[in-house]
Ligand binder design. Sequence first.
Ligand code: FEO
Ligand code: CA
Ligand code: CA
Ligand code: CA
Length: 596
Amino acid sequence: PTEAEAAPRRLTFTPIAPSTADEIVVPEGYEHQVLIKWGDPLFADAPNFDKNNQTAEAQSRQFGYNCDFVGYFPLESSNRALLCVNHEYTTGSDMVRGYVPGASKAFADVEIAAHGGSVVEIERTGSVWRVVKSDTYNRRITGETLMRISGPASGEPLMKTSADPTGTKVLGMLNNCSGGKTPWGTWLTCEENFNQYFANNGSTADADIKAAHARYGVTEGATGRKWEAFYDRFDVTKEPNEPFRFGWVVEIDPYDPTFRPRKRTALGRAKHEAATTALAADGRVVVYTGDDQQFDYVYKFVSNGKYDPNNRRANFDLLDDGVLYVAKFRDNNKGVWIPLTLDHPKLKGKFSSQGELLIKTRLAADMVGATAMDRPEDCQPNPVNGRVYLTMTNNSRRTSVVADTGSALANPRVPNFGGHIIELTESHGDHGAADFRWEIFLLCGNPEIDLKTDEADLTPGLAANATFFAGYADASKLGKIASPDNIAFDNRGNLWITTDGQPGNADIGNPNDAMHVVPTSGAERGYLRQFLSGPKGCEICGPEFADDERTVFCAVQHPGEDGGYPNTISTWPTGSQLPRPAVVAVRRKDGGEIGV
Ligand code: FEO
Ligand code: CA
Ligand code: CA
Ligand code: CA
């Protein structure tokens, strides 16, 4: 559909008010169900969750902790599908009574097994989704699953360890936050804050390796979880290269439970939030990804080969060969994609190979003058207008727009507590383009405090509480939002946003994290409304539409976070003082399309 066609189908649900209740709140006429939660068995013979007897063996057959990305992969019949879900990280003190980091190898193993991802077969009967406990497709991927390192960095000297002298295989994926889906139906799952698993960089002998790890935030001393007490690979003084084998985008075929996951090194090494695909005009595959750290960068990868819609397997190695670009935003609302290749004048002679450059992606991006952003989280092409939306979740440390960024306007608030969303238009609407235009779509916060309605007012150095909702002028109708994180589009091009950090935002009254929606076209462009509120202490992830947009899934991550066990913040979703991260399905009570 064109923008003109999409505009008339208005969002008609009654927005909900911000909430601090320890429950899921959805609009009138909607209902939710908890589909699957931490510890639920994925297989007919897997044990039920037993909070007092958690074992790695059981956990590796049960749904993992802290669900984040949710991807819906259809099966042949329209009411059956596979859900691919990331398990980002663990907080031991919220998972078990009396947790002491480094005290129990058995519980460290539970935590490692609670990381990674799940492939879960689901089935809908009428309005009810349920998990199919079966080993046809169901799969747990953990912090120990054998994976292949593919692409230019495979076999690089910096990838070699005592356990893997070939530098081509690695155990597990860690801190997988968001992700994406490829046109050929595979799951991209992104390693984000992998640095937090590796200890003792202060004592690393090799100065270059130490500096590279420091740029990615590997700590000088002990880690929070202290897995290094049990496994040498988590101690940089013993295995200095092991962290180089993390921080990648991992591709998994959810339809083949025997598929060995591939770490796709051509897509660069960063604290990847998401990896979302689009096709260039000539059929090459483009993957957008953000590096979620204060003052880090936005990237895109463009494959050399072209997508073949008629031969699924022919696409399986497309992401091993291509060019990685980093974004430079200029103040005239233009920008360029800078290629991170050995022949770039500023990169010549700095790296021994493209593989080494990719292992040190952040260092290469520093050298070419990429624009330092306010924590790039999700990135998503709009299926209706083709523009790419980039969430910058927040940046409390931004003190100067000019000195910190090289582009004052793309991150205009000082500091940026509320976060913002950038709308990027590739030249000629081609995702393979070398340059782009951009504008601010949302400056999140409380529109009742200081609502800007004209783009000309978005000058660099804006106060922290200035807001902008794509020019929408009626503050009394607008919702309040902070810390946008994951995003998704419905088929009319409305942007659905989930948040991670609203409870810390006093400007909007410290509500629980939530799901909001905002049209990107028509008279209601910018008219943001709240659709869902999560329970206390959680962030909301996903969102993911399915079932002809009659269901929207989202992940409720870390309800009651840091409340300990017994939990003092949340008892969601079972009423127990051991709150459990879970995936939720939201539907309209009459079975109709979400939002309209
Ligand atoms: Fe795990 Fe960038 O949020
Ligand atoms: Ca998360
Ligand atoms: Ca996130
Ligand atoms: Ca986040």
